[in-house]
Each structure stands twice: as C-alpha cells, then as structure tokens.
Design a protein around this ligand. Structure first.
Ligand SMILES: N[C@@H](CCC(=O)N[C@@H](CS)C(=O)NCC(=O)O)C(=O)O
Length: 238
C-alpha cells in the first residue's frame, strides 16, 4: 500500500503543510488506498521537504510529481478529458497557488508577528524538550531565508499581502459559483486550491490574508464542500 509521509497537523488541520494536504486530498477523492507515516523531520525525505510517498520500492518526492505518478499508475486519473486550454489555465493557477501564494502564507505564519507567536506556541511542544525552543528559531530563520532567496521575503508586509490579495481575488473570480475549479468534476487543481484555502482559513493565524480570503463567500463554500464530501468534516472551519 502507498505510504504518505507527511507532517502532523495543527489546529485541526490534517497536516501543517498544504502540500501534504494536497496529496492526501487527491488520494481521498480518488479513493486510492494509502496509509500515513507521520514525519517531523523534512530531512527524512529525499528532497528535504514534505511530502513524499513510498510505493513498494519507489520513493517519490514533491506533491506535483506524486500526483503525476498516481495519475500514471492508478485509477481514476482526475485530469482525464481536459482540453488544451483548460490544461494551460490549470498549470498557471497551480503555479500561482504553489509558487506565489505559498510564500505569502509562509510569511503570514513565520514572518508576521501574530503568526509567528501562534506557530511558536503550537510547534515548540512537538519538538524535543529542552532544545525545542532553539530549534523553532532555527526553523524560522531557515524558512525566512528561503523566502528572501525566492524574493517574496524582500517585500514589505503591505506589498506581500497585496500580492496575496490579488492571488486570492483571481482564484475567487475564476471559481465563480462552480462546485469545482473547472465545473462539476474535481480535478487535481482542486487538491492544490483546497489545501491552501483550508490552511489559510482554519488557523489562528489571523491577518490580511485570512480576512481577505474569508470575505469571499464562494471560497468558503467551496472549501466547506470539499471538507464535507472528501474529509468527512462539518466544514464549519472554512
Ligand atoms: N514543491 C514541493 C514543496 C514542498 C514544501 O515546500 N514543503 C515544506 C512544507 S510546506 C517543507 O517541507 N519545508 C521544509 C523545509 O524547507 O525545511 C511540493 O510540492 O511538495
């Protein structure tokens, strides 16, 4: 059976990483059997990040490569019968979510003062006693260094949230009142989109990103719909 290696969750989320929730949502929608292996140390993954999967002797890291692998080796494939335009739009929105919105989310959790206080309170007890307080500062430094190298970390707080808001607005406008991103049927993009929405909405990390996301009724309803249908939760946290 497939093993999904992922971080444990916080605040009622299935995992603290949206990329882990993305893969698990895909597995739940497709009903491909799997079991979770909880990991706290990203160094245990082949790319130093979570998630990764093991399937018999194969190890695949990176949520997008994992979904590609699942689509090539298991049924159903959520992305069958999409036209070329839909595929291009899907790729562009996936990049918007995972390569831009991700860094805004990271900043809201680790860079912004309120988020950092919440993160510290939640994660420190999961780390080894005595050295946990030092480790959480090292993790923060490392993540903020990544954000600086990527570029997002060089912007002011206002600039970062204005990027986040325009991303959320584009997603909300494209979704309209459709049940899923491309209509009546869930596609792999719904796994990315949902995982980021639930991570933003179901969190004590408040602030402009969460407030703006909450202001879109269609996003909250979409999030609740997927939570109820595939995660069997009441969707009240969306
Ligand atoms: N492109 C990767 C991104 C995965 C990723 O960034 N994972 C983060 C958690 S959200 C991580 O494990 N970071 C650990 C680190 O950078 O030290 C994917 O799609 O799986």
């Amino acid at each position: 059976m497939i093993e999904l290696h992922q971080y444990p969750g916080s605040w009622g989320l299935p995992s603290s990483s949206p990329f882990c929730i993305k893969v698990e949502t895909y597995l739940l929608i497709t009903q491909i059997p799997y079991k979770t292996v909880w990991e706290n140390n990203p160094g245990r993954g082949p790319k130093g990040k979570m998630p990764f999967i093991k399937d018999q002797k194969k190890v695949i890291a990176d949520s997008s490569f994992i979904l590609e692998y699942l689509q090539s080796n298991y049924e159903p494939n959520l992305d069958l019968n999409m036209d070329e335009t839909q595929k291009v739009i899907m790729l562009a929105f996936q990049r918007l979510i995972e390569e831009s919105l991700y860094w805004v989310l990271l900043y809201s959790r680790w860079g912004d003062t309120q988020g950092w206080q919440e993160i510290k309170k939640e994660i420190t007890p999961m780390l080894p006693p005595l050295i946990g307080k030092a480790i959480i500062h090292i993790i923060r430094k490392n993540l903020l260094r990544q954000a600086y190298a990527q570029g997002m970390g060089r912007h002011t707080r206002e600039e970062i949230y204005s990027i986040g808001k325009s991303n959320i607005e584009a997603l909300a406008k494209f979704l309209e009142n459709k049940p899923y991103f491309f209509g009546d049927k869930p596609r792999s993009i719904d796994c990315s989109f949902y995982s980021f929405l639930i991570t933003i909405l179901q969190s004590p990390v408040t602030g402009p990103l969460q407030d703006y996301t909450k202001s879109f009724v269609n996003l909250r309803e979409y999030c609740a719909r997927i939570s109820e249908k595939y995660w069997q939760t009441d969707g009240n946290n969306c």
